[in-house]
Design a protein around this ligand. Structure first.
Ligand SMILES: Nc1ncnc2c1ncn2[C@@H]1O[C@H](COP(=O)(O)OP(=O)(O)OP(=O)(O)O)[C@@H](O)[C@H]1O
Ligand SMILES: [Mg+2]
Length: 362
């Protein structure tokens, strides 16, 4: 029986089936929210008792062969349709089980789909597609649910058919239709705390798998070093995701991850390495009108005076909100000439690069 047809799943079945809902958030039996079109709304009266919610948890997790217990109260897994589920129970969740279900939607498959949603403009989309073809190293930065994985997945479609891609994720969700693609997923440790395979280990291993490019679902800690190293050592065209609220914050977080790796490298050396390895930070945000936008496409330019110098190529300029709460603003190109200008020129010619990067409305 499909998970969605199980009796315990009935209270949320309609939410799982509703294509307009992108996320279901259950904070115990009496507080449930859904996200539609980037906006949250509350849903009342789904569960009449805590036991019903416990049954939902059992029915969702059952087929995965995983367990969520007081000793191991958090779990991540996927449903058959690819939706991503996180469950926390007591004692860490204080009001009954907390479920966060990120539904898997196939509605965004192309750059055009993202342009149609107001996430970026056609010119920015063309620029990013070129950035992938020209093998720039990209970091996708943004808050939770801001669209990082989605854009990375779409842009991965611009990778050449003859390239070998290794995808490394904590919980596999990047379902790429690429002809030559290896997918690796971390493994959590067992209840005794052994047998886990963390991201950093997968990344180290992936370097021995002859990848042309490496895509990392999320850079959080130790593996940052391997990632930056890979980017600067023949795996250019790699991509990684990072949680940060601005491009500068993303670079700051990476710096910290590299420093705390304890390699006793001075800060300037780390910054030099970062500037040599990274090319672009693509910043995502869910704006108050519910639209997910690429707010910055920023070049990681160089290291100078104990600082990694960033230069915006495209930004979203917000002027305000109209009476209906929609953002009023525009995407603009700054006209900056990036360090990788030559790489772009070799890929598509001077005229195309000039038109993509010309200053003004993007
Ligand atoms: N540009 C977009 N416009 C509208 N919806 C989008 C856009 N990008 C992603 N979404 C939807 O928003 C949800 C979150 O997207 P995604 O998983 O890409 O975010 P994320 O930043 O990777 O989140 P997380 O931080 O949890 O990894 C998904 O349901 C996805 O379909
Ligand atoms: Mg993601």
């Amino acid at each position: 029986m499909r998970t969605i047809d199980k009796p315990g799943v009935l209270p949320i079945r309609h939410l799982l089936l509703d294509p307009s809902i992108t996320e279901i958030m259950i904070n115990g039996p009496h507080q449930i929210f859904v996200e539609r079109g980037g906006l949250m709304s509350e849903v009342k009266g789904l569960f009449t008792s805590p036991a019903q919610l416990e049954q939902l948890v059992d029915n969702l997790i059952g087929p995965t062969g995983r367990a969520v217990t007081a000793r191991s109260p958090m779990v991540d897994f996927r449903l058959e349709d690819g939706s991503r589920v996180n469950i926390c129970i007591a004692p860490i969740s204080l009001h009954g089980a907390t479920l966060t279900i990120r539904k898997f939607t196939r509605s965004i498959r192309s750059l055009e789909d993202l342009v149609a949603r107001g996430t970026l403009t056609t010119r920015m989309a063309r620029f990013l597609a070129l950035a992938v073809r020209a093998r720039l190293n990209l970091v996708f930065s943004g808050g939770t649910g801001s669209g990082k994985t989605t854009l990375l997945g779409v842009l991965a479609g611009c990778v050449g058919p003859r390239e070998r891609i290794v995808v490394i994720e904590d919980t596999a969700e990047l379902d790429l239709s690429l002809p030559h693609c290896v997918r690796l997923e971390c493994r959590p440790p067992n209840l005794e705390g052994s047998g886990g395979v963390p991201l950093g280990e997968l990344l180290r291993n992936s370097l021995r798998m002859r990848p042309d490019r490496i895509l990392v679902g999320e850079i959080r800690g130790d593996e940052a070093f391997e990632m930056v190293h890979a980017m600067s050592s023949g795996h250019d065209g790699s991509m990684g995701v990072l949680h940060a609220s601005t491009p500068a914050h993303a670079i700051g977080r990476l710096e910290l991850m590299l420093l705390s790796r304890g390699l006793s490298l001075p800060l300037w050396a780390i910054q030099k390495q970062m500037a040599a390895s990274l090319d672009l930070v693509i910043q995502h945000a869910i704006m108050p009108d519910g639209v997910r936008r690429v707010t910055h496409v920023t070049e990681v330019s160089r290291a100078e005076n104990d600082e990694v110098v960033l230069q915006d190529l495209f930004t979203y300029r917000l002027h305000g909100f109209d009476p209906d709460g929609r953002a009023v603003g525009e995407f603009v190109s700054t006209g900056v000439r990036p360090k990788f200008h030559e790489k772009l020129r070799l890929a598509v010619g001077e005229d195309e690069v000039a038109s993509l990067l010309a200053p003004g409305p993007a």
